[in-house]
Design a protein around this ligand. Structure first.
Ligand code: MRU
Length: 329
């Protein structure tokens, strides 16, 4: 399964707002509509946003657009996932090396894309080793092939463990307000014939209390130098519940999601999204039109609730600040 394709001089994105009802690809030959696509979550998930922005930068180069402006516009699309800025910085470095040559920039974007898939595979292998036999695993949001260049981070770990015959059940939180768990994770699991049960977000604690969850693995949008990390809103509640019930809680992420420039989670910018996303469900009004709404897209889970951090370079355990610094040292 893949969500991003480049053919000739065109970027194709699978419209994730339509899944699982329709599989529609949208073609882009200009970077500006890609900014809107990222904002509207046609493409979403930290690594996938980075890969798409890298290709969008190539579209700007192909059209002879001002690359500094393109980089600024793309960077303004969503604030939390650091992979966006990481990929744009890498493309801008390449542009200054190659004088903005579109062919060289495309080669760089393709390397970013390929590397992301390879990192997911490595993370999958590293994470699968932590999964016990007959595991019942809980995940939140979608950190799968759709959220990455392919294969997935948290879902990559689940895929690899399933390939090893160790997964009895995956519980997918539906993930209000935009239902990435119900629409995307459940879709990936069912497509791959991985045993899946969809639950609403409030049901996870009850499953844990019944001893029905052996392990939690989630994705990550940005990790600070001390291991605090932002992920989809609701992740923090899952982490607190896992801690209370003694369930191991992991996040899986490529090193491109680690931001050593910020000391802790309080410095991670959290995107606030439209109030309509909470007053409606799939476009249908479910609350009074004028009720006020709180709609942060992400929350921060403190590193103290983490059992371990699964990366493509291995699994990190506390003390996280020291071990994250060593990873880049
Ligand atoms: O708002 P989204 O759908 O972009 O949020 C996605 C997540 O929170 C994912 O868990 C995260 O980006 C990791 S994806 C490998």
């Amino acid at each position: 399964m893949e969500a991003i394709r480049w053919e000739g001089k065109t970027l194709y994105l699978l419209d994730q707002t339509k899944l699982p009802v329709k599989e529609e690809w949208i073609a882009y030959t200009d970077y500006r509509p890609v900014v809107d696509a990222i904002r509207a979550m046609v493409v979403r998930g930290a690594p996938a946003i980075g890969v798409s922005a890298a290709y969008a930068y190539c579209l700007a180069a192909l059209k002879g657009d001002d690359l500094t402006k393109a980089r600024e516009d793309l960077a303004a699309s969503r604030p939390t996932a650091v992979n966006l800025f990481w990929a744009l910085d890498r493309m801008a470095r390449k542009a200054s090396d190659c004088g903005g040559d579109p062919a060289a920039l495309l080669a760089e974007a393709e390397v970013i894309h390929r590397e992301d898939v390879a990192m997911c595979r490595a993370m999958g292998a590293n994470g699968a080793a932590l999964v016990p036999e007959h595991a019942r695993i809980l995940t939140h949001c979608n950190a799968g092939a759709l959220a990455t260049g392919g294969y997935g981070t948290a879902l990559g770990v689940i895929r690899a463990a399933h390939e090893q015959g160790k997964v009895d059940m995956v519980y997918a939180d539906e993930t209000r307000p935009l239902l990435q768990g119900a629409r995307l994770t459940a879709y990936e699991l069912v497509s791959d014939h991985i045993p899946a049960t969809l639950i609403t977000d409030g049901m996870a604690a009850s499953l844990m209390a019944q001893g029905k969850i052996d392990l939690v693995v989630v994705g990550c949008d940005r990790m600070a130098a001390n291991g605090d990390f932002a992920n989809k809103i609701g992740t923090y509640s899952v982490a607190v519940n896992a801690h209370f019930h003694g369930v191991p809680f992991y996040t899986a992420l490529p090193c491109s999601t680690i931001d050593l420039s910020i000391p802790d989670g309080a410095h991670i910018p959290i995107e606030q999204r439209a109030k309509e996303e909470v007053r409606t469900l799939s476009g249908v009004q479910t609350a009074p039109k004028d009720v006020d709404v709180y709609n942060p897209s992400f929350d921060v889970t403190p590193h103290t609730l983490l059992t371990g951090i699964i990366t493509e370079r291995g699994v990190l355990y506390p003390p996280f600040r020291e071990n994250l610094a060593k990873l880049f040292g």
